[in-house]
Design a protein around this ligand. Structure first.
Ligand code: NAD
Length: 450
């Protein structure tokens, strides 16, 4: 498939990427199923108990040069990434459970594996969270900071960041939001500039959700931030401004794990073959705490928006009205405790072909939510850290090349996001090639027939 127009490759960049020296501190607001599965997994891999399956940075290769060159190094060897042994962790949560106890409660990993890494997990204890039930109706906890206003709370988070930097001896930091899905919010006046945002924090403006305070704190401290939830968080002019100003790259939002990953594989296939689509009904049953939070209509709305945008962008109904002008797209998430983290996602897809004849595709994905999310968390941390060490990327704010990992990829204002998983994969790998001054791969391939 030729994804790229024939064009001259841009001049080789002089790389200039700073080496990944010393420790990388990972800070995680939200120590639930995803975060514990990720941290326990990193330790299990470090100890040699398991393999980092699903992680592009750990298992992926990147082809360089022609197909006939046979040169496909590991990504990990090609660009200077932090090594797993160099990762140190901290987190925040409204519950007081350390990573071991939280991991046991999440019920994703087997007790036998958790027990093997217990001494390490016990050392990762939650800092007091910034939390407000207004934004996550279904949860309540006691491990919560008090402050005179939102700005004061944000300052406390900044103090936590500095404290972690000092105590852990980390040379560099990254923050990744693995906290709950907040209620649906829209960008507004309060988010339009740094001055307005800071004023709004002082006035406890309801437009400012806790996740935004974490992001603000991180960016003010020059720490890159990734948003794993569908929350508004860094999708705001104020955050773009701060990110660029402080050379702290940002990316988001909403980890692309199960059903949406499949959607962004299948929809481009239908479109590539000019097959029509009349309806796509997606339903999920899920029984973890995330499922419980999403049982609240206001949090579900945030998730729904994130999941719905995908088809519209991939199929471009305005360009193909005969094929995609009249699609019925529905997404449902049903909280069903017996399944725990083992989600089941069903898709019924009504397509049509030659002369309009209808066909159906049924997809039943019995997946494990956090098992799919954990390697994404790892890759995002390592790539955001790389971005901050890369002169070409550190000051640009949004890292669109990391779209590969998100349901609602962030883009520069006015630019539509690329949702097709393979375009995203190509974009990511070509960015790495570009950073290292390698030829981009266009898949044109005419040179083999000279
Ligand atoms: N697992 C997946 O496949 C997947 C995919 C995409 C997005 N996500 C998102 O990732 C997030 C985490 O998912 P999960 O399954 O680990 O959920 P979870 O409910 O197990 O964990 C979330 C944790 O965040 C904590 N929390 C909530 N608000 C907080 C705050 N303000 N500060 C600190 N901690 C806070 C909760 O107490 C909880 O422990 C959710 O928003 C989810 O929608 C998950």
């Amino acid at each position: 498939m030729a994804f790229f127009r024939k064009e001259k490759n841009p001049p080789a960049s002089s790389s200039g990427i700073a080496p990944a020296k010393g420790k990388l501190g990972v800070m995680i607001p939200g120590m639930g199923a995803v975060a514990t599965t990720f941290v326990a997994g990193v330790e299990a891999v470090r100890k040699g108990y398991a393999k980092p399956i699903g992680s592009l940075t750990q298992m992926g290769t990147i082809r360089l040069g022609k197909r006939t060159d046979g040169n496909s190094p590991l990504i990990n060897k090609f660009v200077p990434l932090a090594q797993l042994d160099d990762l140190v962790f901290t987190g925040w949560d409204i519950f007081t459970d350390d990573m071991y106890t939280a991991g046991r409660k999440a019920g994703v990993l087997e007790n036998e594996l958790l027990d093997k890494v217990k001494p390490f997990l016990k050392t990762v204890k939650p800092r007091k969270a910034v939390f407000d039930r207004h934004y996550v109706k279904k949860l309540d906890g006691t491990n919560v900071k008090k402050g005179k206003n939102k700005r004061d709370l944000a300052e406390q988070l900044r103090a936590d960041i500095r404290d972690f930097r000092r105590k852990s001896g980390a040379d560099r930091l990254v923050m990744i939001w693995c906290g709950s899905t907040e209620i649906f919010l829209r960008p507004g006046e309060a988010h339009s500039s740094l001055a307005k945002f800071e004023k709004a924090m002082e006035k406890n403006d309801v437009a400012i959700a806790p996740s935004m305070l974490y992001a603000y704190a991180a960016l003010m401290e020059g720490v890159p931030f990734a948003n794993g939830a569908p929350n508004l968080t860094v999708d705001l002019p104020v955050m773009h401004e701060l990110s660029r100003k402080n050379n702290a790259p940002i990316c988001g939002k909403d980890f692309k794990t199960g059903q949406t990953m499949m959607k962004t594989v299948l929809a481009p296939a239908f479109k590539a073959r000019m097959l029509g689509l009349s309806g796509w009904y997606s339903t999920n049953i899920l029984g973890n705490r995330d499922g419980e939070v999403l049982d609240d209509p206001e949090s579900f709305k945030t998730k729904e928006e994130s999941k719905l945008g995908v088809l519209e962008h991939i199929l471009q109904p305005e360009m193909y009205p005969d094929l995609y002008g009249n699609i019925f797209h529905k997404v449902r998430i049903n909280y069903y405790p017996p399944r725990g983290d083992n989600k089941e996602g069903w898709d019924n897809i009504d397509i049509f072909g030659w002369l309009g004849y209808p066909m159906q595709v049924k997809l039943d994905f019995l997946c494990r939510d956090s098992i799919l999310a954990a390697p994404i968390v790892l890759d995002l941390i390592l790539f955001l850290d790389l971005a901050q060490r890369s002169p070409e990327l550190s000051g640009i704010g949004i890292q669109e090349w990391l779209s590969f990992y998100f349901k609602s990829p962030m883009t520069a204002p006015g630019l539509y996001p690329e949702h097709d998983l393979f375009i995203q994969s190509m974009k990511l790998k070509n960015t790495l090639r570009h950073l290292k001054g390698e030829q981009l791969i266009t898949h044109l391939g005419l040179e083999y027939y000279d």
